[in-house]
Write a new protein. Structure first.
Length: 458
């Protein structure tokens, strides 16, 4: 009886502690990782590093000098040599570790063993990146960071750089227009595509850029940001008038660059340029970011006259995608559906869009249209996105690299307020003034009176 009472007295707190740890792991994974998961994984890694590397086939035979030194000083067995391990650095989401590869090894060997390392050290995922020749970094993620997105403090933003989402390796996904000038973003209804667009506009609003929108849903997606937009077209007819103006603006900028390229003998190399970024700051035109929402609406036609208008608009979009980068014009093309059956020019337009972001889509053909030509294995990842995970997407580019990302929540009111606060940054572009959207004036409520009236009494 005494032993049973003692067992109950000891088992109660242990059960409560275990239940609290399980609850914390489910509801607050970051806290659990910092308090429990991180120290356990650290001990596992440090105590089993050599044996795990040998089991994964990441060891090499020791050098002759090492064999002679071991035999001369000790009688122990000469074992294979694992990659040299650097300092283990803990983070809020996992661990980081650099490895110096042994002669004859390559980063692909370590990447192929990432799943084994994940199970051996008890972490959620292991990602391998090359730092320099012979050195790789292991990024160990302790929990699923995409389940509840929290952007890191250092996001790497800047001019024409927008940290718009979080990658599955706990690094920010930065939309860099200087590196990836044009992008195709696809997503079905309630997939998170609109949230992704909000982050882009809210991130660009405080920057000295011109924002132009084409929203064929009568402007319901982009109209809340009208205070910061330099131009807005809300139907195909207005888009047919706006696109030629943008093409003319692009041609004028090329004329400016060509005029600056009047290369005379002895002109310094740093003064010769082929895009607007080589121009002096006082002469450099303002960059333009064009957002096209529901791009399929520009392709759909009902009459022969609509077909002529469609062909003109698609041709102008392709010209902007082909030639716009050097003129400082960048495209963000969004839609629910994008395929070759949209008509002539769809595949050619897609080929000019370097970046690809695919949210949950309703058919596999759209995922293949977005990712099939750059990373076929990413198509399966895009098709397996669950409806209860809005904002989750697969991002890739024409280099072949891809990763899963998720956009944090941003309310429409907060994004619109950011645009209203940055309304004074709308650049002066005379060619776009006829398309400047009307911004309704919100009535200002009078402040409450300072003097209160005396209460009426009997």
């Amino acid at each position: 009886m005494t032993d049973l009472t003692t067992l109950l007295e000891v088992g109660g707190p242990v059960a409560a502690l275990g239940g609290g740890a399980a609850y914390t792991r489910a509801k607050y994974p970051a806290v659990y990782w910092s308090a429990v998961g991180g120290p356990i994984s650290t001990v596992r890694l440090l105590s089993s590093y050599g044996s795990v590397m040998e089991a994964c086939g990441l060891t090499v035979a020791p050098s002759r000098l090492r064999v002679l030194a071991v035999k001369a000083t000790t009688r122990r067995e000469v074992r294979p040599v694992p990659p040299r391990r650097g300092i283990l650095r803990p983070t809020s989401t996992g661990l980081r570790l650099r490895l110096r590869l042994a002669p004859g090894q390559e980063p692909a060997d370590v990447a192929a063993s990432a799943e084994r390392l994940r199970h051996a050290w008890g972490v959620h995922a292991v990602y391998v990146t090359t730092v320099k020749p012979g050195v790789v970094e292991l990024r160990l993620v302790g929990y699923d960071v995409l389940r509840r997105v929290r952007m890191p403090r250092k996001t790497g933003g800047g001019f024409l750089k927008v940290p718009v989402a979080l990658r599955e390796d706990a690094m920010p996904f930065v939309r860099d227009y200087r590196t990836v000038p044009h992008q195709l973003t696809l997503g079905a209804t309630l997939s998170g595509k609109s949230m992704y667009l909000r982050h882009l506009i809210a991130g660009l609003a405080p920057q000295p850029v011109a924002l132009v929108g084409i929203d064929c849903k009568r402007g319901v997606e982009l109209a809340p940001f009208a205070a910061r937009l330099s131009a807005l077209a809300t139907d195909p007819d207005e888009a047919a008038e706006l696109l030629p103006v943008l093409v003319k603006e692009m041609e004028d900028r090329y004329d400016l660059i060509k005029e600056r390229q009047g290369i005379a003998p002895g002109t310094p190399d740093e003064e010769i340029t082929s895009d607007i970024w080589g121009l002096p700051k006082s002469e450099r035109p303002t960059p333009i970011v064009l957002f096209v929402d529901e791009v399929a609406e520009l392709f759909l036609t009902a009459t022969r006259k609509d077909e002529e208008r469609r062909d003109e608009m698609v041709t102008q979009l392709i010209r902007l995608a082909q030639l716009g980068r050097a003129a400082g014009i960048y495209l963000e093309v969004c839609g629910q559906r994008f395929g070759a059956e949209l008509g002539k020019g769809a595949t050619m337009l897609r080929a000019q869009l370097t970046g690809r972001v695919c949210h949950r889509v309703n058919d596999e053909a759209s995922a293949k249209m977005a990712l099939g030509d750059i990373a076929p294995e990413a198509v399966y990842a895009a098709c397996s996105i669950a409806p209860e995970m809005p904002g989750l997407a697969v991002a890739g580019d024409t280099s072949g690299g891809w990763s899963r990302i998720r956009t944090p929540y941003l309310s429409l009111g907060d994004a619109a307020e950011t645009c209203r606060e940055a309304a004074h940054l709308v650049p002066d572009l005379p060619s776009l003034k006829p398309f400047r959207p009307h911004v309704p004036v919100h009535p200002v409520e009078p402040p409450p009176p300072v003097v209160r009236p005396r209460p009426v009494t009997d």
